[in-house]
Ligand binder design. Structure first.
Ligand code: FAD
Length: 242
């Protein structure tokens, strides 16, 4: 993709973090920590970041036994056991998806109830390979002497008792944060900070477009983000023509 973009005249600047965007004399002034770029139009495609638990063992096991996307990595756990951490829609939706082909799904929730839609909550009792653990705070991911995941250490928020829940892998769904901090006040965003768009990836500011995971309603898959980039390019072309 990068090669193709260069063939059509794109210039790619790496190592540049955008800190602000301002419209001056019909040009968008895009400021990075070290440079200023001028453009008649801008596409914001800064993606989003999965929230981590920031507990011991997590960074060591990232991508090995710790995952953030069931559709991406779930297939590694066919007929094996997994732990799902979280209690919202993502945790339950992805947990239910994983239950379709794994041996067991253990959902670990730090609250006494789930925050997810009732439809997902009602579905759980119908699945005999799903187990729920309430009031459990994840405090560490244990690693065995071979460097492999050995279990999730949790603390009961009522009794204070600790236990280890075992499985082959862990999926963490405790939130997704859009990388939109530099654009606050520039374009409209929803209450979670995702950019709202209409039509051809248009934001609330004429000439600024948003594509990919930083946009409200994003599917969080490579193919979708790429497609939105194409959509934005059409919006951008229409804008520049006018
Ligand atoms: C561990 C993991 C596994 C995944 N596996 C799959 C998979 O198997 N299949 C699948 O379809 N999807 C997968 N995904 C999801 C997929 O990666 C995303 O949906 C996709 O990359 C989103 O594309 P994007 O362009 O919107 O954002 P990104 O790919 O996140 O790109 C955003 C870019 O913007 C940069 N950026 C952020 N802020 C600034 C700033 N202020 N200034 C300048 N640059 C900035 C970032 O450094 C990054 O390079 C996975 C995601 C993760 C985290």
């Amino acid at each position: 993709m990068e090669e193709q973009a260069r063939v059509y005249g794109a210039t790619i600047k790496t190592g540049e973090e955008v800190v602000s965007i301002e419209k001056i004399d019909n040009l968008f002034n895009v400021r990075t920590k070290t440079n200023l770029f001028l453009g008649r139009s801008v596409v914001l495609s800064t993606g989003s970041t999965y929230e981590k638990l920031n507990i011991p063992g997590e960074s060591e096991l990232l991508g090995a036994s710790v995952h953030f996307c069931a559709t991406c990595d779930g297939a590694f756990y066919r007929d094996r056991e997994v732990i799902v951490i979280g209690g919202g829609n993502s945790a339950l939706e992805e947990g239910i998806f994983l239950s379709g082909f794994t041996k067991k799904v253990k959902i670990v929730n730090r609250r006494a109830t789930f925050k997810a839609s009732q439809t997902y909550i009602d579905k759980l009792p119908e699945l005999d390979n799903v187990e729920t653990h309430y009031n459990k705070d994840a405090i560490a991911l244990d690693i065995d002497p071979d460097g492999k995941f050995a279990g999730l250490r949790v603390k009961d928020s009522i009794t204070g008792e600790e236990e280890v829940i075992t499985a082959d892998g862990v999926f963490i769904f405790v939130g997704l944060k859009p990388n939109n901090a530099s654009f606050k006040g520039l374009v409209e965003m929803n209450e979670r900070g995702f950019i709202t768009t209409t039509g051809l990836a248009k934001t609330s500011i004429n000439g600024i477009f948003a594509a990919g995971d930083n946009r409200e309603g994003a599917i969080a898959q490579v193919a979708a983000a790429t497609g939105e980039g194409v959509l934005a390019s059409y919006g951008l072309r229409e804008f520049l023509k006018n």
